[in-house]
Design a protein. Sequence first.
Length: 538
Amino acid sequence: MTSDIESVWVFALASKCRAFSQENIAWSILIIALAWLVMALVYWFHPGGPAWGRYRFKKCASRSVSNRPIPGPRGLPFIGSMNLMASSLAHHRIAAAAEACKGKRLMAFSLGDTRVVVTCNPDVAREILNSSVFADRPVKESAYSLMFDRAIGFAPYGVYWRTLRRIAATHLFCPKQIKGSEEQRRSIASEMVSLFANHRNRSFHVRDVLKRASLNNMMVAIFGQKYKLDCANNEVEQLRALVDEGYDLLGTLNWSDHLPWLAELDPQKIRARCSNLVPKVHRFVSRIISQHRAQTNEKARDFVDVLLSLQGADKLSDSDMIAVLWEMIFRGTDTVAVLIEWILARIVLHPDVQSMVHDELDEVVGRSRAVDESDVMNLVYLTAVIKEVLRLHPPGPLLSWARLATTDTTVDGYHVPKGTTAMVNMWAISRDPQEWANPLEFVPDRFVAKQGEVEFSVLGSDLRLAPFGSGRRTCPGKNLGLTTVTFWVATLLHEFEWLPSDQNAVDLSEVLKLSCEMANPLCVKVRPRRRLSLSLSH
Ligand code: HEM
């Protein structure tokens, strides 16, 4: 920037001087443009593309760093490899690029002015995710506009973020709280069963019911509001629309985040859409906070009550409370629904696996009663099925939100400068033939621990499969999410046999939005396994 201003001054002074004719001015402009172009090409020529080239050039000029470069694609001059991320299959493209440039352990690329490193290797993933240097998130305009920098997900690493995580861990995600919300999960599961039972012998899409069920579940836990699954409710529809719009905004690659000269133009209208959404979220959540403040009767404590009761250093302002509550609704809704849809798709595609799950349910639960959450720990094969689905279809294949290097550091022996965005391609790791036997085959048995073996944990200790991330910024809702998914899937499988629809075969194509969803929503038929009168009884 400074050098641009300097050249404008030199040019302006020179143009006052008589020695400069119009022809000379034209030549000067041409020479400056050429010099600029040459520099852009020099930057672009560096492995990893222009953002890495610019960094290297400046550092070499100041003679500070000159170690070996991280391999990576150059992409295009100026914009680098925006094409890798501006795709509904970014995780596939990144994996292919890493393979092509022999950068599976660590690959560098440029998103406009942003330097990025990505790994498809579990050891390097551990190095990144568990390092305190990468405990921050990169700045994303939409996330900041949508207040997520004041919630857990995008709050800069520090005291405020730690306070929020502690509050959430104590009052929302601890085992006692999760156990305490069992009744609400059971009641929503029964509602789902009734709704699906109405579709007997007819094909239907599961997605809408799953998303409404997850939203209702979060609405009870966070706002203390219970809604019926089978009848449309204005408030739920309103919140659903807000969440959908937020998802779309956060899931879109914003070119202005990486090309600052585009920022003023807001070419994708992301800023405009965020400005439109935020007051609506404020109105919605503020109304619920006010209702809680006005309430005098005794009722079960929800997360709004918890936040309102905080005192001293923990006390949050109203706008921070809105950000935290909004994030919880936002994060807890789609991830759960997306994962269940993938699980049901695999169950329909693999009747042999389905019948093994049914056998297990018959043995552990029996057909005379519904599943109870306490049964889940005995459903070893079903747990293995869920892990196998997480392996092949992690809802966050690039672990949702990347990390940011807060200081210069070394990763896998390479120098990674401060300000670099780091990503982990969990999708590629969990399909890597070096890590998994027959990685593309759906084999839940690989997760059934043999005699004397320790059960594989998907909660972040083994980076070959860590769909909830790992380290300081690992998903705080992982236990709640997994408990909900496992119990609901167990119930749905106990109650029904899941069959392919006559018209729409199961299609495993993916689309990466904020989560990685089925590109073509799952369409199925169900056949009840227990007498319906029994299906809702315990
Ligand atoms: C199947 C369900 C879920 C999956 C697959 C999932 C996945 C993830 C992933 C991959 C991350 C990034 C972790 C990292 O950077 O290492 C994350 C972060 C987060 N998740 Fe989840 N999640 C799920 C459910 C939930 C639920 C139910 C909630 C809350 C109600 C939640 C709240 C959060 C929050 C607040 C963060 C940000 C953490 C931070 O930056 O400190 N998630 N999740």
